[in-house]
Each structure stands twice: as structure tokens, then as C-alpha cells.
Design a binder for this molecule. Structure first.
Ligand code: HEM
Length: 524
């Protein structure tokens, strides 16, 4: 497409049968397209021979140019308009320059937390997701198609999966023995909780496709750590390698229809066989993210029933005879693979017990702080994306003769949303710094309360972001395609983070109860 045209030349093609238009600096011949235009031909005919940039951005997202419009492009414009800023088009891997669209450290603001390795790491991950994932993610999210096996392998070999579980010897193992390369060329020794934070932000909330993004590893982030930390060494190495290279998939199966967040009420039972070589597991698990396509289920089972305090254990169950999964329809995409899992005398070798029999509750609790921290990373990044959408839309949408951004009421909403998202981010980074410099035991003692309150704060903020973004986008926020699609997907899924990993109410209560433990006999 090397041909260039002047505006005067384009203006000669100004009829319904011979219709050229300009969008940004590109010339499109839309003569044939007009009658297929989803918005009707009148709009297209109405701008024949003209620069339709402003009208185009009133009704379409930029990706329509990359997809549908591309085949009608015939050249570029020789005389771009003077005095106007060109519309920004980010290349894969480039970060947004819209204010508040990225954590401030990635918009040039000095930060004590990040160095060059983190910047390289984020850009490399962004480029990977922009080129390998985003082209299909929106369509697959809508169709409910979860990430393909090929994509999983790429996520594995490009180190994305390995960077989403807590650091440990497994990272070095898959780099040295399985050919996994970490994003941005970082080494396992360099990897720290800030790299992991970035990996969660880039792999989930930033993508704007919540169901599809959860389908790309939510089960792994919470399911694999107990195997790596508490599995027999040979089992941990085998499963760790298979899952981190993207060959196999794993999920965490704790909650059941009888027990939502009440872990002690789990009714899935494991009975030791007479020959004592295996357990037979029977019971049901519900809301198991990635369960539909997982090969492994890290499952909480009752090994000794006993009223309110049954003996709980954790086991790795492999898909096979006696294991059945079916999809649950949730308010976000089936691409997440949310499952109803049934075990019927599923045979589990005793070597697949994680930790010791009876340690289930302790093992589940072991990773709860990390799980909540990861949920905040993804959820706040999703809120931030919606703030970016709101900022862009407020500037491009004109109504009652003025831009939305010219209305004080809109500016007040934007101020509140941006401040809240930045507030969560600042606290999240300070907690991440503390995680980097403390042992697991110190984190349990010092950070359990703050992380619970942070999660509560983050999901309250997401609720506000969802609410206000809907008001800013109006009818477009409840329309699955077109301008408001990111907001529409967000408001259908923002509540997820307020429920899973400990509900908002439980988080608030836990945070205050933890504070009371440390409360001195202080008086006014
Ligand atoms: C090559 C140029 C164009 C292409 C490929 C195109 C494509 C589309 C597509 C795919 C939609 C469906 C909405 C969506 O999913 O985003 C749409 C809707 C629409 N388009 Fe276009 N369009 C073009 C140019 C224009 C222009 C220049 C105008 C106005 C002058 C326009 C006005 C509209 C309107 C009013 C709608 C309906 C929006 C709504 O439902 O709210 N289009 N167009």
C-alpha cells in the first residue's frame, strides 16, 4: 500500500458508487463495503470523499481498522492535517501513554521498586500478549473457546506460566532442564515478587477479556504451588515440569456445592483401600476454574469424618476413570473452563497425598495470602484498564455539543476512579516489597491482615469502577460488541474477585481481627 493521494484526489470519489474516505492517514475505498456496513450504508455515503476520522472514532474501536477495514485500504494520505495530534497506534509491546493507564513507575515516575529488568520483563510480556493472544482473545472469549493447546505450550516455553507461581527451585529447574526462557531475558536468580506481580497484571486484568484470561492459568496460579511445595519430590518435579512447560493443566478443587468458602464443610470423601496403596475419592466440587480442561485436580478431601471438624487432606487427583467434569455457566465466558467436578471412586495413589494426611486445612491456608495478593494484582489491573477506557471515551465522545470530558460531573467521576486505582496500586506495591523481604512465616504474621484488607479495598474499588464506567459509557456499557465492550465484560465479572479467595465480608473481618490481635491496651 505505497500509493499516496492528496485530499483533493480523494474528494473526487464522493458518490455512493465511487466512495473513498480518509481515516487517520489512510485512504479507504468503501464503495463495495457500504452496503455491508453493520451500521448501515447511510453513514458511509454521508462521508463520501471526506476525512471521516472523527465520525469513525465516534462509533468504532481502533481494532475495527486492523481487522475489517484493512482490506479496503488503498493508500495513504499525502497531506495530513496540520495542527492535529495523530491518533496514537501502539505497536506490540508498547505501553500506553494515557495518564493512569499504566502503573506510574511505567510512565516515567521514579519508583524504588522496579529496575530495568522489570521494565524489559513487562515490555516483553506485553509484546507476547499483543501478538500471540489478543488477535483471537476477544472472539474466543465471546465464543467461549478456551486457550488452545498450542497457546499453552507457548505460554509455557516463553516462561509466562513459570513466572506466575511463587519463586522457588522449580523456576531454575524448568529453565535449565526444559528449555523454558523467562520474559525479558531475566534469570531465575533475578526473578522477584515484582516480576511475578507484573506477570499477573499482564496475563489477566490488562487483557480486558476476564473469562478467557482466567482460562489462561488461574487454576495453575493457585493449584500448582501445593504440589511444588508439599508433593513428594519426584511427583513435584514431574508435575511441575509438565504444567510449567504448558504440556498439562492443573486446577485447585476446594469448594463444593455444600461448602462455598466454608472449607471445613467439604463433603468429598477419600477412603484408604484395603491394600493401603491408594485412596478412593467420591464427592463433588463446584466453581472449579479451569476444571473443564485440567489434567490435574489438587483436591481437598475428608479423610476422617467428624462433625464440624473433619480431618481434611489435600491430594493430587489425575483425570481418568471416576473423574468427570462439566461446564458451569457463569456470568463470564465459558473460556475460563469453570467446572462442576464429580469424583466417583476415583483411584488416587497414596504417593499423591500432598503433605501429610490430616494437614489439608493447614496446606490450604498456607497459600491463601499469596492467592489474595494475586487476585488483587489482576483485579486492580482490570480496573485500571477500565479507567483508561473511560478517559479515552470521555475525550472522544461528543454529546450536547461538547466532549464528555468538558462536563465537570464526568471529571469528578474520573478523579475518584483514578485515585482509587492508584491507592490500591500503592498499597499493593508496598505489600509486594514486604513480601520480597520477609519469610513465609513473617508474611503470615505480618501481612495476612493487610492483604485481606487490601483485597477488600480492591474489590470495593472495582465495584465503583464498574458502576461509574457504566454511567460514563451509557448504553454502550451493556452492549457486548463495539465501543463499550471492555466495560461490559468488566461489569459482568468484577464481582468474581469479591467472592473467590475469601469474600469481601470475610476479608474485612479478618483484617480487623488480625489488627485486634496486635492491639495494645491503648486508651484515648
Ligand atoms: C472502513 C470503514 C468502516 C468500517 C470497516 C466499519 C465497520 C463497522 C462495524 C464492524 C460496526 C459494528 C460495530 C462494532 O462492532 O464495532 C460498525 C458500526 C457502525 N458504524 Fe461503521 N465502519 C466504517 C466506517 C464508518 C463511518 C465512516 C461511519 C460514520 C460516518 C460509521 C458509522 C457506524 C455506526 C453509526 C455504527 C453503529 C454503531 C452503534 O451500534 O452504536 N462507520 N461499523
Amino acid at each position: 500500500m505505497t500509493t499516496t493521494y492528496t485530499r483533493a484526489e480523494v474528494a473526487k470519489h464522493a458518490s455512493a458508487d465511487d466512495n473513498w474516505i480518509i481515516i487517520d492517514d489512510t485512504v479507504y475505498d468503501v464503495s463495495k463495503f457500504a452496503r455491508f456496513h453493520p451500521g448501515g450504508r447511510a453513514f458511509i455515503d454521508g462521508v463520501a470523499g471526506q476525512d471521516a476520522t472523527k465520525q469513525f472514532y465516534s462509533f468504532h474501536r481502533q481494532d475495527v481498522l486492523r481487522s475489517m477495514a484493512a482490506k479496503y485500504a488503498i493508500g495513504t494520505i499525502a497531506d495530513p492535517p496540520t495542527g492535529k495530534k495523530a491518533v496514537v497506534k501502539l505497536a506490540p509491546g508498547e505501553l500506553s501513554t494515557v495518564p493512569y493507564a499504566e502503573p506510574s513507575a511505567f510512565q516515567g515516575v521514579p519508583s524504588p521498586y522496579y529496575d530495568d529488568s522489570h521494565r524489559r520483563f513487562r515490555r516483553d510480556l506485553r509484546a507476547f500478549f499483543d501478538t500471540e493472544v489478543m488477535p483471537d482473545a476477544v472472539a474466543n472469549d465471546a465464543r467461549g473457546v478456551h486457550p488452545s493447546k498450542e497457546l499453552w505450550r507457548k505460554l509455557g516455553m516463553r516462561g509466562v506460566l513459570a513466572c506466575r507461581v511463587q519463586s522457588g527451585p522449580w523456576l531454575k529447574d524448568v529453565v535449565e532442564n526444559c528449555g523454558v526462557q523467562l520474559p525479558g531475558g531475566i534469570t531465575p536468580e533475578q526473578f522477584d515478587p515484582f516480576h511475578e506481580l507484573i506477570a499477573h497484571e499482564e496475563s489477566s486484568g490488562r487483557l480486558g477479556v476476564p473469562g478467557y484470561a482466567d482460562g489462561m492459568g488461574a487454576g495453575l496460579v493457585i493449584g500448582l504451588p501445593p504440589v511444588l511445595q508439599f508433593g513428594e519430590p519426584a511427583l513435584a518435579r514431574r508435575v511441575g515440569r509438565e504444567v510449567l512447560t504448558g504440556e498439562k493443566q492443573i486446577c485447585l478443587a476446594i469448594s463444593g456445592p455444600e461448602a462455598g468458602s466454608d472449607v471445613a464443610a467439604v463433603a468429598c470423601v477419600a477412603k484408604l483401600s484395603d491394600c493401603r496403596t491408594h485412596y478412593l475419592v467420591s464427592g463433588v466440587k463446584k466453581w472449579i476454574t479451569n476444571g473443564v480442561f485440567s489434567d490435574y485436580f489438587v483436591t481437598a478431601v475428608v479423610t476422617k469424618p467428624g462433625g464440624r471438624k473433619p480431618e481434611l487432606s489435600l491430594m493430587l487427583i489425575e483425570r481418568g476413570e471416576g473423574v468427570d467434569t462439566k461446564p458451569i455457566k457463569t456470568s463470564y465466558s465459558p473460556a475460563a473452563g469453570t467446572a462442576y467436578v464429580t469424583f466417583e471412586n476415583a483411584k488416587v495413589p497414596t504417593g499423591n497425598v500432598l503433605g501429610k494426611i490430616g494437614e489439608g486445612f493447614k496446606l490450604i491456608m498456607h497459600n491463601f495470602n499469596h492467592e489474595r495478593w494475586y487476585i488483587v494484582a489482576g483485579a486492580n489491573r482490570a480496573s485500571r484498564l477500565v479507567v483508561e477506557e473511560c478517559l479515552k471515551w470521555s475525550v472522544q465522545r461528543e454529546v450536547f455539543g461538547a466532549r464528555l470530558i468538558d462536563q465537570p460531573v464526568i471529571r469528578a467521576k474520573l478523579a475518584r476512579l483514578a485515585s482509587q486505582v492508584e491507592g490500591v496500586q500503592a498499597w499493593l506495591e508496598s505489600v509486594t516489597f514486604a513480601m520480597k523481604h520477609t519469610t513465609h512465616e513473617e508474611q503470615a504474621a505480618m501481612l495476612a491482615g493487610p492483604i485481606a484488607l487490601l483485597k477488600h479495598f480492591c474489590t470495593r474499588v472495582a465495584n465503583d469502577v464498574s458502576d461509574e464506567a457504566c454511567q460514563i459509557f451509557g448504553g454502550r456499557a451493556i452492549t457486548r460488541t463495539g465501543m463499550g465492550q471492555v466495560v461490559e465484560r468488566f461489569q459482568r465479572s468484577a464481582k468474581f474477585a469479591a467472592i473467590l479467595g475469601g469474600s469481601e465480608e470475610v476479608m474485612a473481618d479478618l483484617g480487623v481481627r488480625q489488627a485486634m490481635r496486635a492491639m495494645p491496651n491503648a486508651k484515648l
